[in-house]
Design a protein around this ligand. Structure first.
Ligand SMILES: [Ca+2]
Ligand SMILES: [Ca+2]
Length: 458
């Protein structure tokens, strides 16, 4: 069964201690989005080439954002409220602003599409991170401009920001797939594969409904984002025990990013000193109502690591990321969305937090239980807070506290947006980097997005 995508509502969370009100995206398909027929009529009156296809596409984007009602978008009296909407760009350089430009952002986030200009073009809500929020803002701008009387193909947009795409954005990278069944040594069965630089072609509007929108809706339903963290107050650089089952305990920590996929560090799955794969137990934890961790063992199918993490004698740290594929269905635990941070996240000292299973917490508690001693200290998922203290093309640095066992943890930001002035504020976590040590690690860039989401070898 396809899993749900859950988004917490900040307004509800404020009055519902420890609980999040969620939007159930499994029920969000194009047929059930309210205001859909009015949207089709609007597109038709605005001269859209294929109103049905565009409606499906827009509804797909709205579903991704957890929105189930387009009524607020197509009310002509609704002002353009989202920050930066007038900053929307013609991302695909075809001379018109339409829903394809918002789809461009989602293609980028799926690793399918590079962006040739300054990445800040895609940051529609100016929060220093490119994520699905921005695709939503682009869509909202498009629909509202139609509602204000602009015809399709004649919607104003602004010029590209100055600057160019990062040089690593179009880098081709080679990976090694190692089957868990082949043991700890590199095997002749290992598969070497290269994810190249070719750019995915965005479907034309007439192809949307038949192909892309359907495929995209399926991918949405396979993605689950479960905001289940507790409301415990946190202090900067202090650990707080949380309840969030999207994070996996291995010999380090990992983040669930797909139904069977865990994103972690390469050094958590491969030992450069010995040249062997590191076998360990992977387990997810859920928590009982009295905060006792409940362990769920997972079964690993394969490890995927960058070839240069193995072969490079010097610059291997930027390749310290890996995917672990498990046979278990992880949907019920929820998963993280990945977003690409801009360099301005550093200059603006963007707040971040890290969720991990550090060995040092809670070191004062020794409980009688059935875990080996060195596991007792690592069954609690804890959260530390800080802000971004440095960035370059391949890394993010933060001052959020980490320890042994935190390796592979997600470095996260919180992102939120509001659909219209009377709508709830939607909020979710977005992973912007992979912690490899002392609060820093590889940042989410296009080659990593492609590795995670446009990878036929998983
Ligand atoms: Ca365009
Ligand atoms: Ca943004």
């Amino acid at each position: 069964m396809k899993k749900l995508r859950l988004i917490s509502l900040l307004a509800a969370a404020a009055v519902t201690q420890g609980l999040c009100t969620a939007v159930n995206a499994e029920n969000l398909n194009t047929a059930q989005i309210r205001g859909k027929d009015a949207l089709t009529a609007l597109l038709s009156s605005a001269g859209a080439a294929d109103p049905d296809a565009e409606t499906a596409q827009i509804c797909a984007i709205l579903s991704q954002a957890g929105i189930d009602d387009v009524s607020s978008l197509i009310n002509p009296g609704t002002p353009l409220t989202s920050v930066g909407q007038s900053d929307c760009k013609d991302l695909n350089d075809d001379g018109v602003f339409d829903a394809v430009d918002s789809m461009y952002i989602l293609h980028f986030l799926q690793g399918k599409k590079n962006y040739q200009h300054a990445y800040s073009d895609m940051d529609a809500n100016h929060d220093d991170i490119i994520d699905q929020t921005d695709a939503y803002c682009y869509t909202e701008y498009y629909v509202k401009m139609l509602a204000l009387g602009y015809s399709s193909g004649n919607i104003p947009y602004s010029a590209h920001n100055t600057g160019s795409a990062p040089t690593v954005a179009s880098e081709s990278r080679t990976y090694i797939k190692h089957a868990a069944a082949d043991g700890v040594n590199p095997s002749s069965n290992d598969v070497f594969y290269t994810l190249g630089t070719s750019n995915y072609a965005i479907p034309t509007p007439s192809d949307w409904f038949a192909t892309y929108a359907t495929e995209f809706l399926e991918s949405i339903n396979e993605t689950s984002s479960n905001d289940s963290e507790s409301d415990i107050q946190t202090r900067t650089n202090d650990y707080t025990v949380i309840q969030d089952s999207r994070v996996i305990r291995s010999n380090g920590t990992g983040a669930i990013i797909g139904e069977h996929i865990i994103l972690t560090n390469a050094h958590c799955v491969y030992n450069r000193d010995t040249g062997n794969y590191v076998y360990t137990d992977y387990c997810a934890f859920t928590y009982s109502s009295d905060n006792k961790p409940i362990r769920h063992d997972l079964s690993v199918v394969s490890y995927h690591i960058p070839e240069l993490y193995v072969s490079s004698t010097t610059g291997y740290i930027q390749y310290d990321y890996a995917l672990v594929v498990v046979s278990d269905d992880l949907s019920d635990y929820g998963s993280f969305t990945l977003g690409a941070p801009l360099d301005t996240a550093y200059s603006h000292q963007k707040e971040v937090y890290i969720e991990s299973f550090p060995q040092e917490y809670p070191c004062y508690t020794v409980e009688p239980d059935d875990y080996p001693v060195n596991w007792r200290y690592r069954k609690y998922l804890v959260k530390s807070e800080g802000y971004i203290t440095g960035a370059d093309e391949e890394f993010i640095w933060s001052n959020a506290r980490t320890a042994n066992g935190s390796s592979g943890a997600p470095i996260l930001c919180s992102t939120s947006y509001q659909s219209g002035s009377h709508q709830p504020i939607y909020s979710y976590d977005v992973q912007i980097a992979i912690m490899r040590g002392s609060g820093f690690g590889p940042r989410i860039i296009r080659p990593i997005l492609r590795f995670c989401f446009d990878n036929p070898f998983l």
